[in-house]
Design a binder for this molecule. Structure first.
Ligand SMILES: Nc1ncnc2c1ncn2[C@@H]1O[C@H](COP(=O)(O)OP(=O)(O)OP(=O)(O)O)[C@@H](O)[C@H]1O
Length: 242
């Protein structure tokens, strides 16, 4: 991971990464634009989570570079299934953990920390759930809490792995609005999604197939019949063409 002067975008150049000697990403070069929401799409196993993990710094890279804005430590919201529902913590404590990067876990939260936690809860519409135990929540409520934890980190780069998968429309809309607001405030937001409608409302899209970048750019340019056909064979299912 290297740092250099840039506007806040994330640059990925010739990135190769994988697990235990097995290469999953093969020379990905892409930009994740500043103050925008980027959607990463692709079939199961195409390397979306691996790419996000490599940008987050939790998946080791074997070649190429990820260049973050100077001094930035990305906020990373993992898949809900990766979080134990047995953790004996409340929603407020879960979101407050997002401040640990700033305070360290054993320091008292400052007034500013408390304000950021309250704002993050409000942004996801879960202020009324603050005292509930995380493990007692529905999947959608828990996912909102995890996104709020990501927001509370106030990082310039916010990475989320399938934040909306399996959620109902109000939960999806709450998350989409919170991400759009974060981008409008200058955050580089990147999320993995399987939802083409969600990708269409992003500012930028990356489409992966078998660990390679098939297309990148504005949703209208990436989500065409030709590219979707190449990725999934979906052309006839979604577009009445040919
Ligand atoms: N921790 C791991 N250890 C070993 N191999 C892994 C690990 N995580 C993912 N892989 C492998 O890497 C490849 C890409 O997986 P990845 O999770 O990045 O794909 P994805 O596009 O996010 O898939 P999905 O849509 O199913 O979530 C797959 O073949 C997967 O089996």
């Amino acid at each position: 991971m290297t740092h250099s002067e840039n506007s806040g975008e994330v640059r990925i150049d010739g990135l190769t990464a994988g697990y235990a000697g097995r290469t999953v990403l093969h020379g990905i070069t892409a930009r994740l634009p500043h103050a925008s929401v980027t959607a990463i799409l692709g079939p199961n196993g195409s390397g979306k989570s691996t790419l996000l993990g490599a940008v987050a710094g939790v998946v080791p890279t074997t070649g190429g570079t990820v260049t973050l804005p100077p001094g930035v430590r990305p906020a990373f919201v993992v898949q809900r299934s990766a979080v134990s529902d047995r953790l004996p913590i409340t929603v407020r404590e879960t979101v407050a953990m997002g401040r640990w990067a700033h305070r360290g876990p054993w320091r008292r939260l400052s007034r500013e920390d408390h304000d950021v936690v309250a704002e993050s809860l409000a942004a996801l519409g879960i202020s009324d759930l603050a005292a509930r135990r995380l493990g007692s929540l529905s999947g959608g409520q828990r996912q909102r809490a995890l996104v709020a934890q990501g927001l509370a980190q106030r990082s310039a780069v916010l990475l989320l792995d399938e934040p909306s998968t399996g959620l109902d429309v109000p939960a999806r809309e709450a998350i989409a609005t919170a991400l759009a607001d974060a981008a409008a405030a200058g955050t580089t937001v990147v999320h993995v999604t399987h939802d083409l409608d969600e990708a269409e409302s992003a500012g930028h899209c990356l489409l992966l197939r078998e660990g390679r970048l098939l297309a990148a750019g504005a949703p209208a340019a990436v989500l065409t019949g030709t590219t979707l056909d190449a990725a999934w064979g979906l052309r006839r299912a979604r577009f009445d063409v040919d």
